[in-house]
Design a protein around this ligand. Structure first.
Ligand SMILES: [Zn+2]
Length: 315
């Protein structure tokens, strides 16, 4: 018997990545093409059709999973996607299932990350965990009681926009003090700049502003012992860990898995996060939740996660 395969598509503002994935998480074929997000949606569909033609000629492709920003999984659309000129409501599932003649399923990137981790990564065999995506934004995808948690409108898991500091930093959502403003790449950059402004002590991180500072620079400085950089990871971890403790109290989690670009800081972030998570966890739950790093290769995680969505929906 030929094992089943799914096509995973990760639609980004610049490029679209896609790959054919089997149930053990092998990426059998992979390609990418420009999304043409500033042009008409029909050009995207035409390009997608021609790029995937010989992928879909293979045996046993059972469906197409789509990961996209601003996704509304229940009606299969992207709603007012910030970096796309494809319209207010883009009918992704309709459009893609028609041009590819395949069943198609849609989710946001955080749910795709959770499914990828569940099928192929650090959460294999678990029934209750959360994947936190730490990148430009902060998101989360929950598996609870062995099922992906969708919520009423398919939008559950906006972890980045829970209030962390009432009246804190302005958030792009219009509120103040959201977690995203502290634990995203941007939040971390802002934290280090605030620490630098409070003191005149020398640091290799002086001379940068919010635009040209980067988490990688802060990480490098921290590894070289820079106190401002170390304090930044500590503060970030303390804030993040306390909010993870809230999630543990609500969902009785087996594991919390950190993924996304910021998580590549590894132990620098993991250690203070774990300390704070343990300290704030409801005492009856303490010591029962692992804090792990993603086991997905960053470059392919979104494609693998989108493919896992197909297995999750059809099998
Ligand atoms: Zn917000």
């Amino acid at each position: 018997m030929v094992p089943t395969k799914a096509l995973g598509i990760d639609i980004g503002g610049t490029s679209t990545k896609l790959g054919l994935v089997n149930k053990t998480g092998e990426l059998l074929r992979f390609t990418s093409f420009p999304s043409r997000a500033q042009e008409d949606f029909k050009f995207f569909l035409e390009d997608l059709k021609s790029v995937t033609e010989d992928f879909l000629n293979e045996d046993k492709v059972i469906g197409v999973g789509i990961g996209a920003p601003d996704a509304s999984p229940l009606d299969g659309t992207m709603s007012r996607p910030a970096n796309f000129k494809w319209g207010e409501k883009v009918h992704l599932v309709d459009g893609i299932s028609k041009v590819l003649n395949q069943k198609a399923f849609l989710t946001n990137d955080a749910n795709a990350a959770a499914l990828g981790e569940w099928y192929f990564g650090a959460a294999k065999g678990m029934t209750d965990f959360v994947v936190i995506t730490l990148g430009t934004g902060v998101g989360s995808g929950f598996i609870s009681n062995g099922r992906l948690l969708w919520g009423k409108r398919g939008m559950a898991g906006e972890f980045g926009h829970i209030v962390t500091k009432p009246n804190g930093r302005d958030c792009s959502c219009g509120h103040r003090g959201c977690l995203e403003m502290y634990a995203s790449a941007r939040g971390i950059r802002q934290t280090v700049l605030e620490f630098l402004a409070e003191s005149e002590a020398p640091s290799s991180l002086r001379g940068y502003d919010l635009k040209n500072m980067s988490v990688r620079k802060i990480e490098k400085a921290a590894r070289a012992g820079d106190l401002f950089a170390l304090k930044t990871f500590e503060k970030t971890g303390h804030i993040l860990g306390s909010k993870l403790a809230d999630l543990i109290a609500l969902f009785d989690l087996e594991a919390v898995i950190l993924s996304g670009g910021v998580s590549r800081a590894g132990q620098l972030l993991l250690k203070p996060t774990l300390e704070s998570m343990e300290a704030w966890t409801f005492p009856a739950f303490r010591g029962n939740t692992k804090l792990l790093l993603s086991e997905m290769e960053n470059a392919n995680a979104a494609v693998l996660g989108a493919a896992a969505l197909v297995f999750n929906e059809l099998e």
